[in-house]
Design a protein around this ligand. Structure first.
Ligand code: PA5
Length: 433
């Protein structure tokens, strides 16, 4: 199986060898805290060896439910927010990139809901489903998050009106805590098929649990390939030596840059299929590191599109950022080749016979060189291909590097106390008479 690789040559002008030497023992100590499960938030390390201790009975149940969803419905509505949907959406768009979300060849269409409070969106979504048969996967670990809980109220009613109580029960799948929360109670009371989010796996680390796996299996993504990739990454990134382990090299490089005032990391991609992966990554790093007045701010950009909007700032603006570039090495199936024209009126015949993938990668190379020259350190993560195996590696790579990064910063990467502040105010306002 081809594996992802981290190229740090674009950071060499910015990080001196002695700085690497100095940080190495700190990174190795952070990695040890993680491996020995004695750092902050150690109760939430269930994701660490998840790829090699998957419950095969639970996997079979997920596959069976996915099969049932496909046979019952043309549409699946996945309801969840934050870590309860971003991994599934990222994987879906990575593995099954489509124009405007519509799959081809009659495959199950997957929509996401409960990711915000827009009434217009819900109305449009209900309209888009129209008369088609649909099922719902409601995902919430706490079972009490307002956005998904409200969206579920609408869809539950819609299902009950359309299929009756018993019919709705057949089409609702709940993914939640083993024993706590309103959603668990509701699922038990109504008899919905329920899947467990393990106690020791937090939302943003949960993509390889039923949270991500059920929607992905329903959409026809091969789970064995995704999980096989993650298992490979688990083995590959166990080495405690910072020079041998790309998760540790990544954590070290971004921490060294942070210490030099590069407080913003921009995850750059050149393919739209990576858009939601960047959203998932932003949540993972933002919620894990941004606390106690510390943390890199995770941002993202989609090139070459954003070179025509953010490009000026990135090249020339305040020098407080660095980029991590996702580079897909192998072209798509059926890569498009630029045709020659007789008149060459647009002057593009110099590109005739070249694939768009090749041109895109030259854009990547040229942009990296320009940005490094403009004093923006560039890390490059090379993805050998855009396959589920590689995605499984990537998920695990970022999760492990994130945990080590959090420990390097001296924060608990597994809590999110700051998220409560808005909720408290919102509830106070909503409960006002
Ligand atoms: O990573 C996290 O813990 C959060 O982003 C949660 O996933 C998010 O807030 C949704 O929470 P819940 O699954 O409890 O509805």
């Amino acid at each position: 199986m081809p594996h992802i690789q981290l190229d740090l040559s674009g950071t060499e002008p910015f990080i001196r060898p002695e700085e690497w030497k100095a940080i190495a023992p700190q990174v190795e100590a952070a990695a040890q805290l993680l491996e020995q499960r004695c750092g902050l938030g150690a109760d939430f390390l269930g994701w660490l060896d998840l790829p090699v201790r998957l419950d095969s009975a639970e996997l079979q149940r997920i596959e069976a439910a996915a099969q049932r969803i496909r046979s019952q419905s043309e549409v699946l509505v996945v309801i969840g927010i934050g870590g309860s949907y971003l991994g599934a959406q990222a994987a879906l768009e990575f593995c099954r990139p489509t124009l405007r979300g519509k799959p081809s060849g009659g495959a199950l269409e997957v929509f996401f809901a409960g990711t915000h409070l827009s009434g217009l969106y819900l109305k449009q979504l209900i309209r888009a489903i129209g008369g088609r048969d649909f099922s719902v996967n409601i995902i919430s670990k706490s079972g009490t998050t307002l956005e998904p809980a409200l969206a579920f109220r609408f869809f539950r009613r819609l299902l009950e009106e359309r299929y009756g109580l018993a019919g709705a029960r057949e089409r609702i799948y709940a993914t939640t805590d083993r024993s706590r929360g309103a959603l668990r109670a509701l699922a038990e009371r109504q008899g919905y098929e329920a899947f467990v989010i393990p106690d020791d796996v937090g939302g943003r680390f949960s993509v390889l649990t039923a949270v991500g796996l059920l929607p992905l299996a329903a959409a026809g993504i091969p789970l064995d390939a995704l999980l096989g990739g993650a298992a490979k990454a688990y083995q590959r990134y166990r080495d405690g030596n910072v020079l041998q382990n790309d998760t540790l090299r990544y954590a070290a490089a971004r921490n060294l840059l942070y210490r030099k005032g590069k407080a913003i990391e921009v995850l750059v991609s050149y393919e739209p299929r990576l858009f939601y992966l960047a959203e998932w990554w932003k949540q993972l790093y933002g919620e894990s590191e941004g606390k106690d007045g510390k943390g890199l701010f995770p941002a993202s950009a989609q090139f070459t599109t954003d070179l025509h909007s953010l490009g000026q700032y990135l090249q020339d603006g305040r020098r407080h950022l660095f980029e991590t570039v996702l580079d897909i090495e192998t072209p798509e199936d059926g890569a498009l080749t630029v045709p020659a024209t007789e008149d060459d009126l647009d002057g593009l015949n110099y590109l005739a016979g070249k694939t768009l993938h090749y041109i895109n990668r030259q854009a990547l190379q040229g942009t990296m060189e320009a940005h490094i020259e403009g004093q923006v350190p560039n890390l490059r993560l090379i993805l050998p291909e855009a396959s589920p195996q590689v995605l499984g590696q990537l998920f695990y790579f970022f999760e492990k590097a994130c945990a080590v990064s959090g420990y390097l910063l001296g924060v608990n990467p597994f809590d999110q106390p700051g998220v409560e502040a808005y909720k408290k105010n919102m509830l106070r306002l909503l409960k006002q008479p």
